[in-house]
Ligand binder design. Structure first.
Ligand code: ZN
Ligand code: ZN
Ligand code: ZN
Length: 360
């Protein structure tokens, strides 16, 4: 089912040189609202008419690019009124008032005739315009919410990347430890000449005071051929007698702290997978953004073909936002198309302003 409409009447003063900004806005809005199917049902009503052709007003309408029904000579269809018939005037004005009455009567008859002759407009296209416009508005607010979601996600990603960088910098899990080791040194001759030491345990098993020279096993630290001093109780054959003893020395050594390393590896894994996850999510959000921007662009294109006012006011309201988004998704040609719509609208506004200056 489609709604129908008989006529849309634009009321303008017959002596107007230009439309007021308010009129211009209202006419633009109406023409943005309706589809091409209403054009033949738009008529102009000129008030305050003196009965002569409303040349100025017609020029103003033409300048303002108001779309309306035209006659066979391609001239706008209009009706004249001078609504002063209800005023009480002295007799000397009677003729003028009669004329005013006749004029308005003729105008009214003209409208009725127009309504009889003209077919009703089925607002199929207009309905489509309204639906597209509604979708366009929804799309824009969806896009604005989407911008916030993406900013939040980008913020999260930045943090996750920072975390990952910090991990890379903190790669030091080496600990410096002090280790002791045994080393052979010359004996202090003031203490003794020789010592009996275990080569396995690196222990000075008999020092000082070991005097056995012939057979080491004769030393009294051995019992049943095994040493009673060194920790492993080694066989006497593992022992030597010489002018050196073992002493303990200390040195610093770097060792990998396995716990730290594991913690580092785990955290690194976690941060890396977080960054990857966020990157994927951001990619999906970006795909959705491209989809939304393209949909908005198609709405604009659709409205351009459907709506009576090709550069719909509703489009213009959001044009800067959409141009910016179009550039962001790397569609320079489409961004330029939108720029052109904006430029056209701006030059129209400049034209109106210029006219305004000329006539004040
Ligand atoms: Zn000994
Ligand atoms: Zn020993
Ligand atoms: Zn030993």
């Amino acid at each position: 089912m489609f709604y129908v409409i008989n006529a849309v009447c634009f009321v303008i003063k017959a002596d107007q040189n230009r439309l007021t900004d308010r009129q211009q806005y209202i006419f633009d809005a109406i023409q943005s609202l309706f589809g091409e199917d209403i054009k033949e049902n738009i008529v102009l009503l000129f008030t305050h008419s003196d009965g002569f052709p409303p040349k100025n007003a017609l020029t103003a309408v033409k300048e303002a690019k108001v779309k309306c029904a035209v006659d066979e000579k391609n001239q706008p269809i209009y009706f004249l009124f001078d609504n002063r018939q209800s005023e009480t005037l002295d007799e000397e004005y009677q003729m003028k008032q009669d004329h005013s009455w006749d004029l308005s009567y003729k105008g009214m008859a003209g409208i009725f005739n127009f309504l009889d002759m003209n077919k009703q407009a089925r607002l199929k296209t207009t309905q489509n315009v309204l639906l597209k416009r509604q979708r366009f508005e929804e799309n824009i607010s969806e896009q604005k919410a989407h911008v916030q979601t993406m900013e939040q996600k980008q913020h999260e990603l930045k943090q996750a990347q920072d975390d990952l960088e910090k991990h890379k910098e903190n790669k030091n899990f080496e600990d410096t430890v002090e280790v002791s080791y045994r080393v052979k040194v010359d004996i202090d001759p003031a203490v003794a000449k020789q010592a009996m030491c275990c080569t396995v345990c690196e222990e000075n098993c008999h020092y000082p005071g070991c005097w056995w020279v012939k057979n080491i096993s004769w030393c009294h630290v051995f019992k049943n051929d095994h040493c009673t001093v060194c920790p492993k109780k080694c066989h006497f054959s593992k022992h030597v007698k010489e002018d050196k003893i073992y002493v303990t020395q200390k040195k610093s050594e770097k060792r990998i702290n396995e716990d730290l390393k594991k913690e580092y590896d785990d955290n690194y894994e976690k941060s890396l997978s977080n960054v990857n996850k966020l990157n994927e999510e951001l990619q999906e959000l970006n795909n959705k953004k491209i989809k939304l921007v393209m949909e908005a662009f198609n709405c604009v294109e659709g409205l351009k073909t459907l709506a009576l006012n090709t550069d719909s006011l509703f489009t213009l309201k959001h044009i800067d936002f959409l141009i910016e988004k179009m550039k962001e998704i790397k569609e320079p040609e489409k961004a330029e198309e939108l720029e052109n719509i904006k430029k056209r609208a701006e030059s129209n506004q400049a034209r109106h302003a210029a006219q305004h200056l000329c006539f004040i």
